[in-house]
Design a protein around this ligand. Structure first.
Ligand SMILES: Nc1ncnc2c1ncn2[C@@H]1O[C@H](COP(=O)(O)OP(=O)(O)OP(=O)(O)O)[C@@H](O)[C@H]1O
Ligand SMILES: [Mg+2]
Length: 213
């Protein structure tokens, strides 16, 4: 059965596309077939894929509100589908939530950003009322700095939202910007610290999906 991961936040610039590409490559390197879905008409993930074919992932654009149905009709041959979400698009987010087994919500390490994701968390909570808790949902703390107190500091805000953060935190690193600009991921840069956090993130994601099935 294909597992669908949606990376969503109505706020722009929180790392949706960066995380989608990096975990997509990480999952593919573990021997799974992966379909990347760019749901953003801006086409950032398609631009990334065009910049360099080095990472070899299949990227398609499905940027209509029929997303859930469209994914249903193409997902079968793949082990994983990863949806790169679109900011400021309520109906698209709703469709992605319906299609997903796991929703990941990238946020900066601040309570304000977690509260700011309430459009998504409330839509998921509403969905849970009719699905007995599916899709599984986690925050990803992205672009943290070494001084951030992180999980302890944001814990109250995540509890209010009803969803937990993944243990793995992604730090702010130039290597994410550089590699994405070249159509690559941290896997090609062989940056040990960035690679380790992406691999830890992917392992956590796989564990959640295994426990769900
Ligand atoms: N951990 C990180 N460290 C450094 N830069 C990062 C990190 N994550 C993302 N960025 C940078 O932040 C910017 C926004 O990231 P990205 O495009 O992935 O966000 P997005 O949520 O997809 O944005 P949009 O809503 O516009 O689609 C990019 O320049 C990206 O390179
Ligand atoms: Mg994006």
């Amino acid at each position: 059965m294909t597992k669908v991961i949606a990376i969503l936040n109505q706020k722009g610039g929180v790392g949706k596309t960066t995380i989608a590409a990096n975990i997509g490559v990480s999952i593919a390197k573990r021997g799974h077939s992966v379909l990347m879905v760019d749901s953003d008409p801006q086409g950032s993930l398609r631009d990334w894929s065009e910049a360099d074919e080095g990472e070899g992932l299949t990227v398609i654009g499905l940027d209509r509100e029929t997303l859930a149905k469209d994914i249903e009709s193409v997902k079968a041959p793949y082990d994983f589908v990863i949806i790169d979400g679109r900011a400021k698009a309520e109906k698209m987010a709703g469709a992605a939530i319906r299609a997903a087994d796991l929703v990941l919500i990238p946020v900066a390490p601040s309570a304000l950003d977690i509260w700011g994701a309430s459009d998504i968390t409330e839509a998921i909570a509403a969905r849970h009322e009719v699905t007995e808790g599916k899709p599984a949902t986690r925050f990803i703390i992205n672009a943290a700095t070494k001084n951030t107190k992180l999980i302890e500091e944001i814990r109250p805000a995540t509890q209010e939202s009803g969803f937990n953060p993944l243990n793995t935190v992604l730090y702010s690193r130039e290597i994410y910007k550089q590699t994405m600009g070249d159509g690559l991921t941290v896997h090609s840069a062989k940056n040990a610290d960035a690679l380790e956090e992406i691999e830890n993130l992917t392992t956590e994601i796989m564990e959640i999906l295994n426990n769900e099935s």
